[in-house]
Design a protein around this ligand. Structure first.
Ligand code: HEM
Ligand SMILES: CC(C)=CCC/C(C)=C/CC/C(C)=C/COP(=O)(O)OP(=O)(O)O
Length: 314
């Protein structure tokens, strides 16, 4: 790891460290692309929840969730800098490439975590702040420090972290947790394994190189492909439950069912992929579709809710 160090003598004779990092490097520590979807699902939870939230308070809530999510990404990058330096996909991140020092990333992640939780608690409510704190802890400590390097079920359990945001958005409005918000949680929770194992299949060599026990490396390609299909089916089913429970319309149910069929279709494509296929095109397609899928399901829930509330007004 090439860490660029710069020192300057200050009045009084001491030496201070001058960081080479730019604001852009710190922004990269927040894993902005991944967190955009996390924040989107949180926003959907906030919109779909029954009741009103002052738009300014709502904006503060989303900002706190975005900053908290980003902070957990920075803590993840701090802890994982050793393996990120080896994997081709992650080697150019700010810490392994020497643009940010590990201590800077740690301080940045801890500070943003504390601020995001405190401001959410003071401006919105302490249940949502508690959930945000738990989610940051879950991703940074339970997933990153513990499960990721110790079990091939890391994603299944750790995926809970990524599933909490819509529940946090919901709690911002209602001050509580309900069956509906648990269903929103389950959509992302059951979606995560197919999302990630699709990528883990075509990045197997990266994970082999660092000895992280991802399912394809430990249990093999076939078991992973079967499990992807099982989770895709479960995701497709849970995504229509909002209609079954009556908090989304029949139209949304049809839309979610069609998307679910697509998700299962791409997963079957992965199952049919020959063992040892180097190009892994179906796995790449499933990974790309998984992201579109989750954006679309949560967009569908929001549009459905807005249409229903307009109907109420008219
Ligand atoms: C334990 C759970 C998860 C794991 C292990 C995982 C893993 C990954 C990995 C390794 C990538 C490639 C990232 C990169 O190199 O930039 C990725 C991409 C992505 N993930 Fe996940 N993910 C998980 C959960 C989630 C969740 C919950 C969301 C959102 C709700 C999400 C949204 C995304 C998005 C939007 C991308 C694409 C980023 C891009 O455009 O590069 N992921 N995921
Ligand atoms: C509100 C809040 C705190 C949200 C957190 C959301 C969360 C847990 C998202 C997880 C998403 C993610 C990119 C996992 C990456 O796994 P990895 O870390 O193994 O991937 P890497 O190899 O790319 O670092």
């Amino acid at each position: 790891m090439a860490v660029i160090e710069h020192h300057e003598t200050v009045p009084g004779g001491g030496e201070v460290y001058l960081s080479e990092a730019s604001p852009r490097d710190f922004f990269e520590l927040l894993k902005p692309r991944v967190m955009s979807l996390v924040v989107f699902t949180a926003f959907a939870g906030l919109i779909v929840a029954p009741g009103e939230i002052n738009p300014l308070i709502g904006a503060i809530a989303i900002l706190c969730i975005a900053v908290g999510a980003g902070a957990s990404g920075a803590l993840n990058m701090w802890y994982d800098a050793d393996i990120d330096a080896v994997m081709t996909r992650t080697a150019k991140r700010p810490i392994p490439s020497g643009r940010i020092r590990p201590e800077e990333a740690l301080a940045f992640g801890l500070t943003l975590s504390a601020f995001s939780v405190a401001i959410l608690g003071l401006a919105v409510n302490w249940l949502s702040a508690g959930l945000l704190a738990f989610t940051i802890f879950f991703y940074a400590v339970i997933y990153t420090m513990w499960l990721k390097r110790s079990t091939p079920q890391n994603i299944v359990i750790g995926g809970a972290a990524g599933a909490f945001p819509p529940m946090i958005g919901w709690a911002c409005v209602t001050g509580g947790v309900s069956v509906e918000s648990v269903v929103l949680f389950l959509i992302t929770f059951l979606w995560t394994p197919a999302h990630f194992w699709a990528l883990a299949l075509f990045k197997m060599r990266d994970y082999d190189a660092v000895g992280v026990p991802m399912l394809p490396n430990v249990a093999g390609e076939w078991t992973t492909k079967v499990q992807i299909l099982v989770y895709a089916v479960l995701t497709a089913v849970i995504a229509v439950v909002p209609t079954v429970l009556g908090f989304a319309s029949f139209g949304y149910g049809l839309f979610a069912a069609a998307l679910g069929l697509g998700f299962v279709w791409y997963s079957v494509g992965v199952l049919r992929m020959p063992e040892g296929d180097r190009a892994m095109v179906p796995a790449k397609k499933l990974f790309a579709f998984s992201i579109v899928y989750l954006f679309a399901v949560f967009s569908g829930l929001m549009v459905d809710h807005l249409v229903a509330s307009l109907g109420w007004v008219l």
